[in-house]
Design a protein around this ligand. Structure first.
Ligand code: SDX
Length: 428
């Protein structure tokens, strides 16, 4: 395969280097194109643009492959846990038993939310969206630990083990605090000896002093969801985190931005939109066929379907689809919307509109059904996505801070008014 690409613009010829990744992905390096040719590239939505070289997560969208630091998501889903996979993403290796225990202790040590952060959560308008509260809570958390967010990369990297554990622990506590606040309840004390998910579920739903332990099967269902969401290379919110990190800002600022980017219905907000779509179909008495027709006519979107990268089944959706049965059985609940989801998938996957556009279920299509069965309110689903994605976002902040990449500053093609003279008021 050639290692250069030749570009001709008029009579001028340019030779551009071809970069090859460890999984044989190819990229044409245009880093010097403007200097050489006075041209920039244009790629609306960055669908054909590699913004960076990264060693964290690999996706093959055509084959439906997802790997964290080289480990396949199917194997991790079967054998690993959320915190172990978080460690893998952060540090690039699976932890030894002692390292994993130490990491769990570090995360567990931060499970009680600082009072200042609780106050920020309580100060939010009651109808503020949970994602807005989470983003504010993260910034407030940084304010409680100024030594972890100095915006001096060297210092912030030295503090990273502590700040990463603090943030991974606190995003679930902020989520529980906002849920309790909206329901007029105090946030119970955390139990640092419990699992990450066991603690979170108690903080969310336990009555009284939160004494009872949540059944392991329920903890495992949530742990799997967090693990599957832990990273996904350069998606909209992770690229936002990297953009903010490239300016030298600290992890709290970077993740507060990532939360805001994830909020949108085309991205992390899709898991909420899927449940609302399935409930709407259920209430209308449609088995899904009518809805698919409306999606094909562009009147609606089949939320939870389609993906910028996957042109095959999202491997996370496959895992979640089978996990639905186990989770619902363990919880002893049935879900009418699960049958609708299955029917929607069956109809869509046989329909030429979806086949031609390579639209398959993505991670959001089934996740909400499990979250609903676990008792989470729909408007918190994207917060749960953010909790899962936190280790990934932190890993990308660290990769930018360690590699010292220059600030991200894309170019544009200006299409506005050309030069014109000022018109005084009388002449307008
Ligand atoms: C996530 O990037 C990541 O990695 C994200 C994520 C992660 O882990 O971080 O995987 C998480 O965000 C998953 C995606 C969640 N979003 C949804 O489920 C929302 C519904 N899906 C779409 O809106 C859409 O598929 C996107 C946004 C996910 C991808 O959009 P693209 O790649 O920009 O594709 P497009 O909008 O240009 O659509 C191409 C065609 C269009 O039809 P034509 O103009 O060619 O006729 O496919 C159609 C679209 O109308 N299409 C859909 C559709 N998705 C695309 N038609 C009906 N229903 C859909 N869901």
């Amino acid at each position: 395969m050639p290692d250069t690409a030749n570009l001709e613009i008029g009579d001028d010829k340019y030779s551009l280097e071809i970069i090859t990744g460890t999984e044989q992905e190819k990229a044409i390096d245009v880093s010097r194109l403007r200097k050489q040719s006075n041209h920039v590239t244009f790629d609306d939505g960055y669908g054909n643009t590699g913004s960076c070289e990264s060693a964290i997560t690999f996706i093959d969208g055509d084959k439906g492959i997802l790997r964290y630091r080289g480990y396949d998501i199917v194997e991790l889903a079967e054998k690993s846990t959320f915190l172990e996979s978080a460690y893998l993403l952060l540090y690039g290796v699976l932890p030894s038993r002692s390292d994993l225990e130490a990491f769990k202790q570090l995360v567990g040590g931060y499970c009680d939310l600082p009072e200042e952060v609780v106050q920020v959560v309580h100060a939010q308008p009651k109808n503020a969206h949970p994602m807005a509260v989470l983003s504010s809570g993260l910034q407030a958390l940084g304010g409680v630990y100024p030594q972890f967010c100095t915006n001096d990369r060297k210092k912030d990297l030295e503090a990273f083990d502590q700040s990463a554990a603090l943030i991974i622990s606190s995003v679930r506590s902020i989520a529980a605090a906002l849920y309790r606040h909206v329901n007029g309840q105090a946030l119970p004390k955390a139990h640092s000896d419990r699992s990450y998910c066991g603690n979170f579920l108690s903080m969310m739903f336990a009555q009284g002093d939160g004494g009872e332990e949540v059944p392991e099967s329920v903890q495992n269902a949530l742990d799997l969801i967090f693990l599957l969401h832990a990273d996904h290379e350069q998606n909209c919110s992770t690229s936002t985190c990297r953009m903010i990190a490239s300016g030298g800002a600290n992890p709290f600022a970077s993740l507060a931005g990532g939360v805001s980017a994830l909020w949108g219905p085309l991205h992390g907000g899709a898991n909420m939109a899927v449940i609302m779509m399935l409930n709407e179909i259920h209430e209308s008495g449609d088995d899904g066929s009518r809805f698919v027709e409306s999606a094909k006519q562009g009147k609606s979107r089949l939320m939870g379907f389609g993906h910028r990268v996957y042109r095959n089944y999202d491997p996370r959706a496959k895992i979640l689809k089978s996990a639905c049965d186990q989770a619902l059985a363990a919880l002893g609940v049935s879900s009418p919307i699960l049958e609708i989801a299955r029917k929607l998938e069956e109809v869509a996957l046989e329909d030429s509109y979806f086949i031609e556009r390579k639209l398959y279920p993505n991670v959001d299509f089934y996740s909400g059904i499990i979250l609903q069965a676990l008792g989470f309110p729909t408007d918190m689903f994207t917060v749960l996505f953010a909790i899962g994605r936190t280790p990934g976002w932190l890993s990308h902040w660290k990769e930018i801070a360690e590699t010292g990449k220059k600030i991200h500053r894309p170019r544009q093609i200006y299409q506005g008014e050309t030069l014109r003279s000022y018109l005084s008021l009388e002449n307008r």
